[in-house]
Design a protein around this ligand. Structure first.
Ligand code: TXA
Ligand code: MG
Length: 360
């Protein structure tokens, strides 16, 4: 088998293709099966999940590394595959609101927001129904659970399995979230058997996480649904937590989105040899000195920028430049989440250890 594919990037099969991952020099390759999103793929994924295996599945935000949330062994495998330093609580994905009701207490305001935005890039932290069957490892022993109903084929898989799926973003811990099947295969292909491919993620940023407290809606993580959209439904401003103080969403540690290159933000003047992450129609001074450059959105469209962010960061990180210079990006709409991810990417690596200690 190895001989057959030695020089090929991937091997096309009738039902999909096998993607070669591993070190080309020692020829120890692993094969990860990549399927599309047809009925056969949904069935294959649901069967694998029912057996306690990990499957990488597309959602509208980013690809998720999914396991049956009621199976502790399977959930533990997620942490193993991601190489997560700690048991951070994971988002649990449901196929309909009735499934969410089985596992969490849903207050009327959360319910209103679910009606408005599900399926979609909005996650709720809710009181967990303790004996309903979600394995305690999913919530890392907390008495709350983060629930989300994703768009796309993920919902079909969850409905077929009739169990919720615990699924963090499909990337090794500290790496950029996977927004394509190829990115997932390159990052985690040696740890998982199956990836479903639905092309590049539509939103490209993880979901927005909120928690309702009385009449207030707390923004725990800015993400793929803009704060303004939620505010339009509730008729109120969201409350923001101090990102450095309370680590209510522990996955938010500063260096969570760490490229290998040094990241310089709000750059008005590009230095020679830097990789430039541009935004909008106007260029920073010295842009022509950049070794390479990618524009998140030529027209300054934040939605387009969000969808390109992780892919472009990954590509610039893989270039020869040791520094990624990022042009200023406005803070409105999805700009809040884009800036949040960029600040984390720019955080000095030493910070992560400190912050990890805080959440032990
Ligand atoms: O778009 C997304 O949300 C993607 C896709 C795959 O759905 N998933 C994702 O999951 O980003 P993950 O595990 O990478 O991020 C989970 C976040 C973390 O910041 C975690 O701390 C927070 O959710 N979280 C989970 N359960 C929580 C809880 N009970 N209370 C507070 N935060 C929680
Ligand atoms: Mg993640």
């Amino acid at each position: 088998m190895h001989d057959v594919i030695r020089d090929a990037h991937s091997l096309t099969l009738a039902a999909g293709h096998l993607h070669r991952v591993g070190n080309a020099r020692d020829r120890r390759f692993t094969l990860v099966q990549i399927l599309g999103t047809d009925e056969h793929a949904v069935h294959t994924a649901a069967s694998a999940l029912a057996e306690g295996k990990l499957v990488a599945i597309p959602t509208e935000t980013v690809y998720g590394l999914a396991a049956d949330a009621t199976n502790g062994d399977a959930v533990a495998r997620i942490f193993e595959a991601k190489g997560r330093p700690h048991f951070n609580p994971l988002i649990c994905h449901v196929s309909h609101i009735a499934m969410a009701e089985r596992y969490a207490e849903i207050d009327p305001l959360s319910r209103r927001l679910m009606d408005a935005f599900w399926p979609g890039p909005l996650t709720f932290v809710l009181p967990l129904k303790p004996d309903a069957g979600i394995h305690p490892l999913v919530a890392a022993g907390l008495d709350t659970i983060a629930l989300r109903m994703p768009r796309g084929v993920a919902g079909k898989i969850i409905a077929a399995l009739d169990r919720p799926l615990a699924a963090p973003s499909a990337n090794a811990s500290g790496k950029i979230s996977g927004t394509s099947a190829k990115a997932v295969a390159d990052d985690l292909g040696q740890k998982i058997a199956l990836i479903l491919d639905s092309g590049p993620s539509e939103v490209g940023l993880e979901s927005t996480i909120v928690k309702v407290q009385g009449d207030a809606v707390l923004l725990l993580r800015p993400g793929g649904l803009a704060a303004e959209d939620i505010e339009a439904v509730i008729g109120n401003k969201l409350e923001r937590i101090d990102q450095r103080a309370a680590i209510q969403a522990p996955g938010m540690m500063a260096s969570h989105y760490a490229p290998s290159a040094v990241v310089r933000l709000n750059v008005h003047e590009v230095r020679e040899g830097e990789a430039l992450l541009a935004f909008g129609p106007e260029r920073a001074r010295g842009a022509e000195l950049a070794a390479t450059s990618l524009n998140l959105s030529e027209t300054g469209n934040l939605r387009e920028a969000a969808a390109n962010l992780f892919d472009f960061m990954k590509r610039l990180d893989g270039s020869v430049s040791a520094v990624i210079a990022v042009e200023p990006i406005p803070f409105n709409g999805l700009g809040e989440a884009i800036n949040d991810r960029l600040v984390r990417a720019a955080a000095p690596r030493a910070l992560s250890t400190d912050e990890m200690d805080q959440i032990k």
